[in-house]
Write a protein that binds this ligand. Structure first.
Ligand code: MN
Length: 263
């Protein structure tokens, strides 16, 4: 089959010539990689572990390889609709349409508000002021909530930010903003820098964990623990999000990359 339009050739040329930057938005996976900590009787995910099988030694003289153990919701990871009770029967990581693995990124910056209040949640007003400046959010796009939280990933005390009340004080998204993005804008999903897409105190919200409840319940997605959001423009970058094809998987660690056009 002949190449018709040359779009892909132009894209590849731009990447090779570095007119398009490929930004790595995933955190490193190792035994220190943060995972969500939930109270009993919840079974927590064990995080990431690497077990060396050989490294050019007697168990494998000419090669190096490892086994790894990892929670589906470990480090930079994808939440599939089936993860939440509201998404029961909807897509798991192996059944999400491949088309949905590529979409525009919209970066909504709430760093100042989060600096003042770590429990701050993105509001409908924040979305509307973003749209006033950059235009209406398009269908089939991601909303990335820029809180600045990724800078704490090497300091777990700050990353989890457990208060005297025993709760994790980390930012999120309001129920109203989540519903607005689902119902009024039909986005692909919400991406965040924190350990999960909901605020640390969102267990007390009605319903609890509204991002999980409404996004996943609408067959949309979540992305947690992103980094390098500050390398993306407010609009117009392309996010490539491809979770592992785990049969019936509820989520997956993944390497998220963004294509960013240089000025
Ligand atoms: Mn998750």
């Amino acid at each position: 089959m002949m190449v018709k339009t040359g779009i892909l050739e132009k894209l590849l040329g731009s990447i090779v010539e570095e007119k398009i930057e490929v930004v790595d938005m995933s955190q490193i996976l190792n035994e220190s990689t943060p995972v969500i900590q939930l109270p009993e009787p919840i079974t927590n995910t064990g995080g990431f572990k690497l077990k060396q099988l050989s490294k050019y030694n007697e168990t494998g003289p000419t090669f190096y390889w490892n086994d790894f153990v990892a929670g589906e919701h470990c480090g930079t990871h994808f939440d599939a609709p089936v993860h939440w009770i509201s998404g029961k029967g909807l897509d798991s990581v192996d059944t999400i349409p491949t088309k949905n693995m590529i979409g525009e990124a919209n970066v909504i910056d709430i760093r100042e508000k989060v600096q003042e209040n770590p429990d701050y949640c993105l509001t409908v007003e924040d979305i509307q002021s973003f749209e006033k400046q950059y235009g209406k959010l398009k269908k089939h796009s991601w909303v990335l909530v820029h809180t600045g939280w990724a800078k704490y990933v090497d300091d777990l005390e700050k990353f989890y930010n457990i208060g005297e009340d025993g709760l994790s004080h980390t930012p999120g998204v309001t129920k109203e903003a989540t519903l607005f993005l689902v119902e009024q804008r039909d986005i692909l999903g919400i991406g965040v820098e924190t350990v999960g897409t909901d605020a640390g105190i969102a267990d007390s919200f009605d319903p609890p964990l509204p991002v999980h409840y409404y996004m996943l319940g609408a067959n949309k997605y979540g992305l947690a623990q992103l980094t390098n959001i500050d390398k993306l423009p407010a609009k117009g970058s392309v996010l490539i999000v491809n979770p592992l094809k785990i049969e019936n998987g509820s989520g997956s660690p993944l390497r998220v990359i963004a294509l960013v056009e240089k000025e």
